[in-house]
Write a protein that binds this ligand. Structure first.
Ligand code: FNR
Length: 182
């Protein structure tokens, strides 16, 4: 069977390291996995008054999450947490009450940062939110990626120094998604 993965990148920046990481990770997955980065940049700011009439962009996001066999969160760390852009998207797709798109979707959490502790705090906060939303997240291996020269090769793939580690991470992620789709 085919596994469609909704990729949620927590940065809107054009040259985002996390967007590049998401693209490069997809290339390490087997042929029965396809990855689509969902759009977050046209979502309104979440307002509970709109729960009864969610915007077209919100309904699109929810449809993409519901149709996916798995989720891949690739996020930077902003001020020791996840970016507001990401939390806004999570809140949107969790509502209205009882109609969350997230429940039961197996997920991987990973992130790249220019800071030395590489998104550890952001990932932990994100895991807390996903636990509440009943999203089973791959626990091991953890991956805190330091965005430094050589992370990517000239071709946009994972550079030689991190390729074996991230191939191992992707292999565990693939197994996690399959385990939750039997
Ligand atoms: C950052 N950055 C950052 N880095 C980190 O390791 N821990 C942090 O808490 C923060 N905080 C933070 C706040 C804000 C508002 C910005 C704009 C940046 C730096 C961050 O790692 C860097 O900008 C990355 O390049 C962001 O990821 P993308 O956009 O390249 O994917």
């Amino acid at each position: 069977s085919q596994y469609n993965i909704a990729v949620i990148v927590g940065s809107l920046r054009k040259d985002s390291f996390n967007r590049k990481l998401a693209t490069a990770l997809a290339r390490l997955a087997p042929a029965d996995f396809s990855f689509t980065q969902v759009r977050l940049d046209d979502l309104p700011l979440y307002n509970q008054d709109d729960d009864g009439q969610q915007a077209a962009s919100v309904l699109r996001l929810k449809g993409e999450i519901k149709a996916a066999q798995g989720l891949l969160f690739v996020t930077p760390e902003y001020n020791r947490s996840m970016p507001g852009v990401l939390k806004n998207a999570i809140d949107h797709a969790s509502r209205p009450y009882g109609q969350s798109a997230w429940a039961g979707k197996p997920a991987g959490v990973i992130g790249a940062s220019v800071g030395a502790i590489g998104t550890a705090m952001a990932q932990q906060h994100l895991r807390n939110v996903l636990a509440y939303l009943d999203v089973p997240t791959l626990g091991q291996p953890e991956a805190f990626i330091h965005a430094k020269d050589g992370l990517f090769d000239a071709d946009g793939g994972i550079g030689a120094g991190s390729r074996e580690f991230l191939q191992g991470w992707v292999n565990q992620y693939v197994a996690w998604v399959k385990k939750h789709n039997t």
